[in-house]
Design a protein around this ligand. Structure first.
Ligand SMILES: C[S@@+](CC[C@H](N)C(=O)[O-])C[C@H]1O[C@@H](n2cnc3c(N)ncnc32)[C@H](O)[C@@H]1O
Length: 238
């Protein structure tokens, strides 16, 4: 998938969020790695790192870290019950979302990434944050195609920062539906920059919970979907 330039992203943010939020966002992005003691910044075209992956190619986004402000806003919308289990980032890149999930209190944190060099960096970042937080974290970094990976029954918070297109997303959601049918549980899917939201909307296992819209223009920044079981358990919105 082709990606817009950094300048066009700044202009787009300016138009959607206004000057103050854009400047605040840029300042946080500039200092994120220094403040958190990790290395997550930079954009990496994944075709440089992965020669060929049958199921995912060319349905793959380049690496760029999730904007910290969007991650925080989306995670805050997730029902508490879906925050109680493991966090899994499909297309974790260098692990920005994993670092922020650990900081937000998740103690079981997993990343799945096609490109080994990115997953290796995610592992270093995970070690750095675990040692900085001084808590016991269960980390698992898998170099794998998300379309081929089965969900574990303790995984309740699935994170996607627009990592792939419809093809892979459908296969991922199909696997998630099967896992939820076999092990019914409160679970949430956080989808930042939800380019293919219609695929989530098609899912019979999930239902829309919250949408994060930009201040100007009302374009979607993120969406949170929850398992139908989450609603039945009366856990609703936080
Ligand atoms: C936009 S980046 C997201 C990075 C990270 N989730 C974050 O929020 O900071 C998308 C990542 O998804 C990975 N990716 C794309 N298709 C994938 C697939 N089928 N399986 C696993 N990872 C994939 C890319 O290599 C890239 O690192």
């Amino acid at each position: 998938m082709s990606s817009p330039s950094a300048l066009s992203l700044v202009i787009e943010s300016w138009l959607r969020r206004g000057v103050v939020d854009t400047v605040r966002h840029l300042a946080e992005e500039q200092s994120f790695d220094r403040v958190h003691g990790v290395r997550t910044t930079g954009r990496v075209p994944v075709e440089r790192l992965v020669k060929r992956v049958e199921s995912a190619w060319p349905d793959t986004s380049e690496y760029q870290p999730v904007p910290a402000a969007l991650f925080r806003a989306a995670l805050a919308a997730v029902p508490a019950a879906a925050r109680a289990g493991a966090f899994v980032d499909l297309g974790c890149g260098k692990g920005r979302a994993l670092v922020m999930a650990a900081e937000a209190g998740f103690r079981h944190v997993r990343g799945v990434e096609l490109a080994r060099p990115l997953a290796c960096q995610a592992e270093l970042n995970a070690e750095a944050v675990a040692s900085r937080l001084g808590v016991t974290l269960e980390w698992r970094l898998e170099v794998a195609d998300a379309a081929e990976r089965a969900f574990d029954p303790d995984e309740t918070c699935v994170f996607l920062f627009n990592p792939f297109g419809r093809l892979v997303l459908r296969r991922v959601l199909d696997r998630l539906s099967r896992s939820l049918a076999a092990h019914p549980r409160a679970a949430a899917v956080i989808y930042v920059n939800p380019q293919h939201l219609e695929v989530l909307a098609e899912s019979r296992a999930l239902t829309e919970h919250s949408l994060g819209k930009t201040r100007i223009g009302g374009v979607l920044d993120w969406a949170v979907y929850v398992s139908r079981c989450t609603g039945e358990m009366g856990l609703g919105r936080r």
